[in-house]
Design a protein around this ligand. Structure first.
Ligand code: ZN
Length: 336
């Protein structure tokens, strides 16, 4: 009886293992989810804070409601571990954030309040950017419905950014031997000063940044290719898109293995923290152009939300939603 039991048990577990393996293989081959999002992309920065953290939840729900995203399009990210954070940030900075999160002093910081909830959410969002980069390398394109924390320095928070998700993802992928040369295309209206400082002397990371000169941050930090525009020149769709025409040449010369695109919504004409005059249509054209370039060059591209502070949050959401739709459009025509 005992022997029979054993045989039955071995057969049962063998069958189970086979089924599980088959299922995971099927999941592997059938699943082409390239949008990364988590219900934990939420935290409170305080009621009066200008950063609409709620957009991370609302964008997902609107995209689902409109049918732009289905449940099977979504991948849940893994939160980033300390070892990942330490690839970019100093140990003393991470400790400072942790200590601040335990004290009321952390919440008194008007620009970058610090709490355990905030740090947890940002850690997951950083994991999302890393996962989206991996998915981009696998399928050609992916998007994290968060990220683009380009004002975070190795040793300090700034501009609503705590951990620099872009820098962490790049350093982690390089360390794992997955990639070497990365191009960052930063189209947030504010210069990505934290990322610029982190990669200032790194020849493997090429930064293209198109930003508003007469705006935060001051001073700007040198990047490989900057398009610095003044708001008093009236930066329209046409002027902005003309500036992007240099990208094909830059991609040709640098030959990146991965592009990380910060599709900021804040060059929008009604943005509270930006001075450009771009329309939603112009921003959509920007997305189509940049993602189209990646497709032409067969270069994987990871898309991130970055900033967006329109007077009416619905406008910010619409701009981000358009980015999702542009990606969906490329995916439906055989991906990239
Ligand atoms: Zn911005």
């Amino acid at each position: 009886m005992l022997l029979q039991d054993k045989v039955i048990r071995i057969a049962f577990y063998g069958l189970l293992t086979l089924l599980v393996t088959e299922n995971s293989l099927m999941a592997e081959t059938n699943s082409k989810a390239v949008f990364v999002w988590s219900e934990d992309y939420k935290a409170s920065l305080g009621r009066r804070h200008v950063f609409p953290v709620i957009k991370y939840q609302q964008l997902y729900h609107i995209a689902r409601k409109e049918g732009a995203l289905k449940e099977e399009d979504i991948i849940e990210p893994e939160p980033l571990k300390d070892t990942g954070l330490l690839l970019v940030h100093t140990r003393s900075y991470l400790w400072r954030l942790r200590l601040l999160a335990l004290t009321p002093l952390g919440m008194l910081n008007g620009e970058n309040p610090v709490s355990r909830g905030i740090l947890k959410a940002v850690r997951i969002a950083c994991g999302g950017t890393y996962d989206a980069c991996n998915l981009a390398l696998k399928y050609g394109i992916a998007m994290n419905l968060a990220g683009g924390f380009h004002h975070a320095f190795a040793n300090r928070e700034e501009g609503f950014c705590y951990y620099n998700d872009v820098a962490i993802a790049i350093k982690k992928l390089q360390k794992e031997g997955r990639i070497n040369k990365v191009m960052i295309i930063d189209c947030d209206v504010h210069q990505g000063n934290g990322t610029a400082r982190i990669f200032h002397d790194d020849e493997d990371v090429f930064i293209f940044d198109i930003y508003q000169e007469d705006n935060y941050p001051m001073p700007k930090i040198e990047v490989d290719y900057a398009i610095s525009l003044n708001s008093y020149d009236g930066i329209t769709d046409e002027r902005y898109l003309k500036g992007l025409a240099v990208l094909p040449d830059l991609i040709d010369k640098f030959t990146p293995e991965l592009i990380i695109y910060l599709a900021g919504a804040d060059p929008y004409k009604e943005d509270l923290l930006g001075g450009f005059r771009l329309t939603k249509k112009g921003l959509k054209k920007r997305d189509e152009y940049i993602i189209g370039l990646a497709k032409e060059n067969k270069t994987p591209i990871c898309v991130l939300l970055a900033g967006g502070y329109a007077q009416n949050t619905d406008d910010t959401l619409q701009i981000h939603l358009n980015t999702i739709k542009v990606i969906k459009g490329f995916l439906s025509t055989n991906g990239i």
